[in-house]
Write a protein that binds this ligand. Structure first.
Ligand code: SF4
Length: 134
């Protein structure tokens, strides 16, 4: 945040801030950013996430491989709100996501619903997702 985003105190102090981002994976980056906004005097900080909660690992190449890393896999919305320090948190629903695209049947939703379009390879797979199933 210090390098990429330079918050201007006069624009933040006393204001009700709404952050929009594409996802929450671990929640640690946004927690730091919200803390900074509070230090600069934000009256309220809300967060809207343009994807559903990420609850399952991706083993197709995205860099979150175990449930232990995923804040939404292990915590309720209220718990995530408290951890990040938000006044409110809302995610896009899976239905809402699918309504926003054409050919929704063609999309992988595995990290949201655990329904992997290509099955895990079983015994030969060393991915952590196999070790932390529900
Ligand atoms: S939608 Fe599928 S491919 Fe994309 S990050 Fe989630 S599990 Fe991985």
């Amino acid at each position: 945040m210090q390098v990429k985003i330079n918050p201007v105190k006069s624009m933040i102090k006393g204001k009700r801030i709404c952050i929009v981002d594409d996802s929450i994976v671990r929640g640690t980056t946004i927690r730091t950013r919200v803390k900074k906004l509070r230090e600069l005097g934000a009256a309220e900080v809300h967060f809207r996430v343009s994807c559903p909660p990420i609850k399952h690992p991706c083993f197709y190449g995205i860099d979150f491989s175990s449930k232990g890393e995923l804040i939404a896999a292990n915590h309720s919305i209220a718990e995530i709100e408290r951890f990040i320090g938000l006044d409110s948190l809302h995610y896009l629903s899976i239905d809402g996501l699918l309504r926003s695209v054409s050919h929704p049947e063609k999309y992988c939703l595995a990290c949201f619903n655990g329904d992997y379009p290509i099955p895990c390879v079983g015994d030969g797979c060393s991915r952590a997702c196999l070790e932390v199933s529900d």
